[in-house]
Design a protein around this ligand. Structure first.
Ligand code: SF4
Length: 343
């Protein structure tokens, strides 16, 4: 089967055109045709010379993915998009309304191999990595669903992005290419459970992505019970890599901490967490746990007390409120199930 033209970053396309005896500069016109004009076939790429189109058509395919099913939250207008990618690979994206802004949460894998015990995606296991074109297709569908510009993209949907890093990197390059969508890398955040080698690679790369690290618990034993990846990338190594990332990029890291009622929300837990991340330039997002089956307890007095304790320790700490709980679109709930009213 021929590779999909939309899986190539512009640099790769330029190299391929050179090998075919064409000028690399045509790659910019191809990008503009695909991503600005929305050309769905080689024939529709009218700004590309016909000779180049014919050459590309011999080498590449242009698969169509079809429209995703859309579910709209009656509670807050959050939209969940359910895709069926080739080979029986479902994936979900979420369009999240905020204060005068819209952001999109994209998936990097269909399912996930990490098996975090609180996560509906983890219970699916890994079906397969998503291709760059499939991540870009999610962005384009979110843009249509948002009916307005998106101010940020977060790779926090299904999957562990750093376990599909090569494809994710290409998707980032394609999305941010000025000849195409031109979405700024600085408006994209990638969230990891702590894949240390890739955090270190990102730190040394020219990419301008923001980094979010999911901590879950500051106690390594408790974390190991909730996040099996702790056995492979222990918390102390994750924090050391995040610290080095901040120094290399002169940036802050976003630490994410899901708060489980009565599990990791005591005053001692807050103290331990403050000690763990002390000195790392960061912002801490607390996310009250959303069980896979339905809305969680929300912001309880214990969650508020935890936030207060973290702020008192000098950590900039925010509560990330649940979005789209009635359509299973909140953090940890994405499992390619239908939910809410089709929109
Ligand atoms: S929380 Fe993230 S890394 Fe863990 S199982 Fe779910 S999708 Fe995978």
């Amino acid at each position: 089967m021929k590779p999909d033209l939309r899986d190539l970053a512009r640099g790769e396309l330029e190299a391929r055109l050179s090998r075919l005896g064409e000028k690399p500069v045509h790659a910019a016109a191809v990008f503009a045709a695909l991503y600005r004009d929305g050309a769905a076939s080689f024939g529709a790429m009218t700004r590309v010379p016909a000779r180049v189109r014919r050459l590309l058509e011999k080498e590449f395919s242009l698969r169509g993915f079809g429209e995703p099913e859309t579910f709209v939250s009656a509670a807050d207008g959050t939209r969940k998009l359910l895709f069926s990618f080739p080979g029986g690979a479902p994936a979900e994206s979420v369009v999240l309304p905020g204060k005068g802004r819209l952001s999109a949460c994209l998936s990097s894998q269909s399912g996930c191999a990490c098996g975090c015990v609180f996560c509906a995606t983890g219970s699916m296991g890994l079906i397969r990595d998503l291709r760059p074109s499939e991540m870009v297709a999610q962005y384009e569908a979110c843009l249509r669903a948002a009916a307005g510009p998106l101010s940020s993209l977060v790779f926090m949907g299904m999957g562990e992005p750093f376990l599909n890093w090569e494809n994710l990197k290409k998707a980032v390059l394609i999305l941010s290419d000025d000849a195409g969508h031109g979405f700024p890398q600085s408006g994209m955040t990638v969230s990891t459970v702590g894949v240390v080698p890739v955090i270190r690679e990102l730190a040394g790369s020219p990419l301008k992505l923001k980094l979010a690290v999911s901590l879950v618990a500051a106690d390594a034993g408790l974390r190991a019970r909730l996040v099996p990846a702790e056995a492979r990338w222990p918390l102390r190594e994750v924090i050391a890599a995040a610290r080095d990332y901040c120094a290399a990029k002169k940036a802050q890291v976003f630490f994410e901490c899901i708060i489980f009622d009565g599990v990791n929300d005591s005053a001692e837990d807050a103290e331990r967490l403050a000690r763990l991340i002390k000195g790392v330039p960061c912002r801490l997002n607390l996310i009250p746990h959303n069980p896979p089956g339905g809305p969680g307890a929300g912001v309880t007095p214990r969650v508020k007390a935890f936030q207060k304790a973290m702020i008192a320790s000098g950590v900039r700490t925010y509560l990330r409120l649940e979005k789209g709980p009635d359509i299973a679109a909140a953090c940890g709930q994405l499992a390619a199930r239908r939910g809410g009213s089709a929109g």
